[in-house]
Design a protein around this ligand. Sequence first.
Ligand SMILES: [Cu+2]
Length: 136
Amino acid sequence: MKKLLIPAIIGLALVAAALGGCGKTPQGSTTGGGGGCSNGTVDMTDINFAIHTCTIKAGSKLTLTDPTAGGGIHFICFGTNQKCAANADGPTELNSTGNGVQFNPGDSKSYTFAKAGTYQITCTVHPAMDLTLTVQ
Ligand SMILES: [Cu+2]
């Protein structure tokens, strides 16, 4: 009986996933959650991004929002693991060779991404404050 139980559970999980309609969300109508971002907006907390992946369309904007309540001081740039690394395809504002663009609580800044690709964005202050942006 135990041997049958595990395949049965896996089978049920597969059926549930299929029924759940957990496929790709149509572009331009993402609603957040599941690693997505709403309308290209990624919120920050006091020490991190609220989510770590975001997908937008080429030619549209990524908006980084540092909330007045619960936000923190961040320095944002292209790169990973607290180190800026230039990305020639991305907006120049995020191509910092220094500490990155400063965000204070209450700040919200938008960046237009013209070219499709995958962009890594990091905060030079906070460990693991990394964001992977996919531009399609
Ligand atoms: Cu930070």
